[in-house]
Design a protein around this ligand. Structure first.
Ligand code: WTA
Length: 655
C-alpha cells in the first residue's frame, strides 16, 4: 500500500497554473467523461482539432470492436500541425531544433517546416502517389523523416515508418504486407559517429521478393556515400524537391482515414500492422501532449524516442506540432560522444520537458557511476520542469535517481503507460494534479476507462492483481490490423473474454488505498527489451530459419538490470551439442543471424544448447521451466510431467 510519505505531491506553483490544475480538476474531468463519454470526447475533439467539415456523429459502435470516431468529419493532420500554427501567427516560431549526431544544430520554423512539407507532398503527388497509397519511410531521426510523415498526411497517403535498425528481412516483410508503392529512405544514417547503411538495406529488402508494388525509391542524401542507384526506380530526393512549389493544397480526409500503419510484435506470428485513424488519433496526440506534459507555448519539449516507434509518432511527429510547440529532434545516441550527451543537450537548448525511456536512464546511471564527468549533477539542468518515462516499467531506484539528479527534486515525473495500439497515453500522472509514487503510472488519463479484471472479465478488488483492460473505446485506439481484421479481433477483443473490453496484454494491480495502477508486465509471450517489444515466437522463427544449424529453439525473457528484460534462447542444433569455445562460436553465429533476420535489437543475450528442450510427454515445451533456468534459480516446479529431465541440467550448465 502506498503511504502518504511515499507520495510526491505536485509542486504548488504547478498545481495552480497547470492545464489540469489540482486533483479536483482531474476528478471533475473524470466525472465529466463518466457522465457522458461521447459528449466529453466530442467537446475535446472540437477544441483540439480543426475540422474542415465538422463531425455530427461521435462514436459508431454498430460494428464493434471496429469502432469509428467522428466518422463524418473531415480534416487534414498536416494542416492541423502546420498551417494552423502559421495562421495563428506562429510562422516564425521554431518548430524543430535538430541536433545532428556530430552536434550541428539546425532550426526550422513553422513556416519553413510547412514549406518543406509542401514540397515533399508535391513531389509525392508528382510521383503519382494518391490518397490511400502506402508509403514506407525507412529513415533515421532527421528533419526529413518528420517532413516525410507530414507530407504523407498532407496528401492522404498512409505512412508506415520502419525503424532504421530493422534488417532487410524485417523491412521486406513490412513493404510486402503494406503493399507500399514508394519507399522514402536516405543514403546512410549516422549514429554514434558511425555511418550505417539505409539505401543498401532497401535494395536488399526489395531483392528478397514480394515488393513488386514498389515503383520508386526516393533517397535523401545524408552522408554523401557512394551508393548504388537503380534506374529508373531510384531517384534522389533533392533533385525531385528542387522543382516543387512550397505550397500544397491538403487532401481533406474522413476522420477514419488511415493516417499510418506501424508494425509491432504480438505473441504469435509475424509483427502486426497496427492501423491508426486520422481524427481520433490526432485528437489524443494533441490532448495528451498538452495535459500529460502540461505543455506551454514557451516550453522546449524533447522526446528522445525514434520516429520508428509509436512514441516518435505521437510525441514528435504529431502531438507537439499540433500544439505549435518547439521541440528538439536528435539524430544520435545518448552515449556519444559520451554519456553526458542528454545532459549537455538539455543544458544547451534549455529543455523544459524531457521524455525518455527507463532503459536509457538505467544505462546513464551506470555510466555516471563509472565516469563522474558524465553525471547530470555536473550540468545546469534548471530549465527542466517536467520529466517523463515511457516504454516499460520504471523501477523505483531509477525513478528516484531521475527525480533527484536530473529533475533536481523539483520536476514531476510522468510515468506514461500506453502501447502502439492505444495511440497515446492511457494511464499516467498529470503533473499539476496527481501525486506521484515511484514505479506507479498512477491513474487513467481522463476519459480512459482502465480497469483490472479477472479471466471472466469481472473487476478484481484493489490490492489484487489481474488483467489490464480498457472498458470503453477511445478515439485514438487501434482500428484494425492491416489486412487481418480477424487477428485484430482475436488479439484485442477475443470472444472467450467477457465484457467486450480491450485487452491490453499487460497485467496490473491497483493500490488498495489510492487506486493507483502498477503495471506488472506482459501476460503474453511478448518481451520488452530496452523498451522494444518483441515476440518470443518471432525470435524462435528467426532462429529455426537458420536451417543449416538449428533443429529447434525456444525463447524466454529474464529480468535484466539495464535492459529491463533480456532475451534468452535455448537451442537444439542439428549436429551434436556444442560445448566450450565451439558453443561460443556457434552462439555468436546465431546472434548475428538473428540480427540479420530481425535486427540487432532482437539478438539473444544468452544462448544455451541442449540435446533437447524440456517437454511434457505430449511434446509441449515447458516454458516456465526455461524461465527458471534462464534466471538461474532452483527448479521448484513440478517436473514429474517432464519427458526428459536430464536436459534441464544440460541447459542450466551450458554457459
Ligand atoms: C510496456 C510503447 C510499464 C507495456 C509506448 C506495454 C509500460 C508495452 C509502460 C507497449 C509504462 C509501456 N510502464 N510498462 N509506463 N509503457 N509499457 O507498443 O508492457 O512499444 O504493453 O508502446 O510496453 O509497448 P509499445
Amino acid at each position: 500500500m502506498f503511504t502518504t510519505e511515499t507520495l510526491y505531491v505536485p509542486p504548488p506553483a504547478l498545481a495552480e497554473g497547470a492545464h489540469v490544475a489540482g486533483r479536483a480538476a482531474y476528478d471533475a474531468l473524470v466525472r465529466e467523461a463518466a457522465a457522458d463519454h461521447q459528449a466529453y470526447w466530442a467537446r475535446l475533439a472540437r477544441e483540439f482539432v480543426e475540422w474542415k467539415r465538422p463531425f455530427k456523429k461521435v462514436l459508431d459502435a454498430s460494428n464493434a470492436p471496429f469502432f469509428k470516431w467522428f466518422e463524418d468529419g473531415t480534416l487534414n493532420a498536416s494542416y492541423n500541425c502546420l498551417d494552423r500554427q502559421v495562421h495563428a501567427g506562429l510562422g516564425a516560431k521554431v518548430a524543430i531544433l535538430f541536433e545532428a549526431d556530430g552536434g550541428e544544430v539546425t532550426r526550422v520554423s513553422y513556416a519553413d517546416l510547412l514549406a518543406r512539407v509542401c514540397r515533399m507532398a508535391n513531389m509525392l503527388r508528382a510521383q503519382g502517389i494518391k490518397k490511400g497509397d502506402r508509403i514506407v519511410i525507412y529513415m533515421s531521426m532527421s528533419i526529413d523523416g518528420v517532413v516525410a510523415m507530414q507530407a504523407c498526411a498532407r496528401i492522404g497517403a498512409t505512412h508506415c515508418v520502419v525503424f532504421g535498425g530493422f534488417s532487410a528481412q524485417s523491412l521486406r516483410d513490412r513493404i510486402a504486407d503494406t503493399g507500399a508503392v514508394l519507399v522514402l529512405t536516405a543514403d546512410q544514417q549516422v549514429r554514434g559517429g558511425k555511418h550505417l547503411p539505409l539505401k543498401a538495406i532497401v535494395d536488399e529488402a526489395i531483392g528478397l521478393g514480394g515488393c513488386e508494388a514498389v515503383r520508386r525509391v526516393v533517397v535523401a542524401k545524408r552522408t554523401g556515400a557512394d551508393i548504388a542507384m537503380r534506374h529508373p526506380r531510384d531517384l534522389w530526393m533533392n533533385d525531385l524537391l528542387a522543382c516543387q512549389a512550397d505550397t500544397c493544397s491538403p487532401e481533406w480526409v474522413g476522420a477514419e482515414h488511415p493516417l499510418f500503419l506501424l508494425y509491432t510484435s504480438g505473441s504469435t506470428g509475424k509483427p502486426k500492422g497496427v492501423q491508426h485513424s486520422t481524427g481520433g488519433y490526432l485528437l489524443h496526440a494533441a490532448l495528451t501532449t498538452k495535459w500529460t506534459f502540461d505543455l506551454r507555448p514557451e516550453d522546449m519539449f524533447w522526446c528522445t524516442a525514434d520516429i520508428g516507434w509509436v512514441t516518435g509518432h505521437t510525441y514528435i511527429a504529431y502531438g507537439p506540432l499540433a500544439l505549435g510547440a518547439t521541440q528538439v529532434v536528435f539524430e544520435g545516441v545518448p552515449t556519444y560522444p559520451d554519456a553526458s550527451r542528454f545532459w549537455t543537450m538539455i543544458q544547451d537548448h534549455r529543455v523544459s520537458i524531457f521524455y525518455t525511456a527507463p532503459t536509457a536512464i538505467r544505462s546513464l546511471i551506470k555510466a555516471a557511476e563509472s565516469n563522474a564527468e558524465t553525471h547530470p549533477d555536473r550540468f545546469d539542468l534548471r530549465s527542466l520542469r517536467i520529466l517523463g518515462s515511457v516504454g516499460e516499467p520504471i523501477n523505483p531506484a531509477a525513478w528516484e535517481w531521475y527525480h533527484r539528479h536530473v529533475g533536481g527534486g523539483r520536476c514531476p515525473i510522468v510515468d506514461t503507460f500506453w502501447q502502439t495500439e492505444t495511440g497515446g497515453h492511457m494511464i499516467t500522472p498529470l503533473p499539476g494534479a496527481t501525486s506521484l509514487v515511484p514505479g506507479s503510472c498512477t491513474l487513467p488519463f481522463p476519459g480512459i476507462d482502465a480497469a483490472v479484471v479477472d479471466e471472466t472479465g469481472a473487476d478484481v478488488p484493489n490490492g489484487q492483481g489481474g488483467i489490464l483492460v480498457i472498458k470503453k473505446p477511445w478515439p485514438s485506439m487501434i482500428r484494425t490490423i492491416w489486412g487481418d481484421p480477424e487477428r485484430f479481433r482475436k488479439s484485442y477483443y477475443p470472444d472467450d473474454f467477457k465484457g467486450g473490453y480491450y485487452l491490453a496484454g499487460d497485467g496490473a494491480i491497483r493500490d488498495a488505498e489510492t487506486g493507483y495502477f502498477t503495471i506488472t508486465g506482459r501476460i503474453d509471450d511478448v518481451l520488452n527489451v530496452s523498451g522494444h517489444r518483441m515476440g518470443t515466437m518471432e525470435i524462435e522463427s528467426a532462429l529455426v530459419a537458420c536451417t543449416e544449424l538449428v533443429a529447434e529453439a525456444a525463447v524466454v525473457g529474464r529480468p535484466d538490470d539495464t535492459t529491463g528484460e533480456a532475451i534468452c534462447a535455448f537451442v537444439v542444433l542439428k549436429g551434436s551439442r556444442p560445448t566450450g569455445d565451439e558453443a561460443k562460436a556457434i552462439a555468436k553465429r546465431l546472434r548475428d543471424w538473428v540480427g540479420k533476420e530481425i535486427g540487432p535489437i532482437a539478438k539473444p543475450k544468452d544462448i544455451r544448447f541442449g540435446d533437447n528442450l524440456p517437454k511434457t510427454r505430449s511434446g509441449k515445451i515447458m516454458r516456465r521451466l526455461l524461465r527458471s533456468v534462464a534466471i538461474g534459480e532452483a527448479i521448484t516446479q513440478d517436473t514429474s510431467t517432464l519427458d526428459n529431465p536430464m536436459v534441464l541440467d544440460q541447459l542450466m550448465h551450458s554457459n
